[in-house]
Design a protein around this ligand. Sequence first.
Ligand SMILES: [Zn+2]
Ligand SMILES: [Zn+2]
Length: 281
Amino acid sequence: MRRIGVHVSVAGKIWESLERAKALGCNTMQIFSRNPRSWQAAEFDPSDIENFRRLKKEYDIAPVAVHIPYIINLATPIDGLYKKSIIAYIEDIARADVLGAEYVVTHLGSHVGTGEDKGIRRFSVALNQIINKAGIKTIILLENTAGSGSCIGYRFEHIKRIINALDHPERVGVCLDTAHTFESGYDIKTKAGLEKTLKEFDKLIGLDKIRVVHFNDSLSTVGSHVDRHQHIGKGNIGLAAMKRIINHPGLRGAAFIMETPKKTDKDDRRNIKIAYGLLRS
Ligand SMILES: [Zn+2]
Ligand SMILES: [Zn+2]
């Protein structure tokens, strides 16, 4: 069975996110486990955790991906922020584990002008510490980025270098964002371009490492390094290419989760319907 869903809000009780996902017609979803722009996280009520786990099973919503807050930067040269980020990350991965979430999705962070090599090294050291300290089941997915500013992770080589530096590479997979892939310069709009891109990924990292695809069209152009998500089929990747992506044999095992623009639930419903419509039976 294919898994298709969207990022849903956790407003109210944490388990209400599952109600929302179900009402939208999702069988997988992504959430923040807390306010993504704040360092403070309110503790979960045990009864809310119980409800979350029960409903997740009952509605068969899997995998659940928890996105790490934006403020965490594991590639930062600023010592205080670096340490704070590692502590917050360990807290977040523990929160994901308690909820029974299969994955934690993380951006690779920003080197803030100190250079990619140093940024990648700092990120690898931090991630190693996190995995060794957290000691839990949830798999960490490294998400490729558009490469805006001084963000690392916009080349597959960056992800490969990080995975190679880990004591436990089996604890880590990849979340491939289609908009970021396109924006960072991989031309997945054409059939040949998609094949070339996925072949390159397979050679460097292995397509089986891709557990989640962030299935987003892009409002900006190929290689623009500008991160602008767009509704499926309404962006510069386009419907025909999105269809090739969702049906690609190398990506079939991954959950497809959209982070498309949303004014009302209608937007999510429409994108989910379009995504299902693209599936070749
Ligand atoms: Zn994404
Ligand atoms: Zn994005």
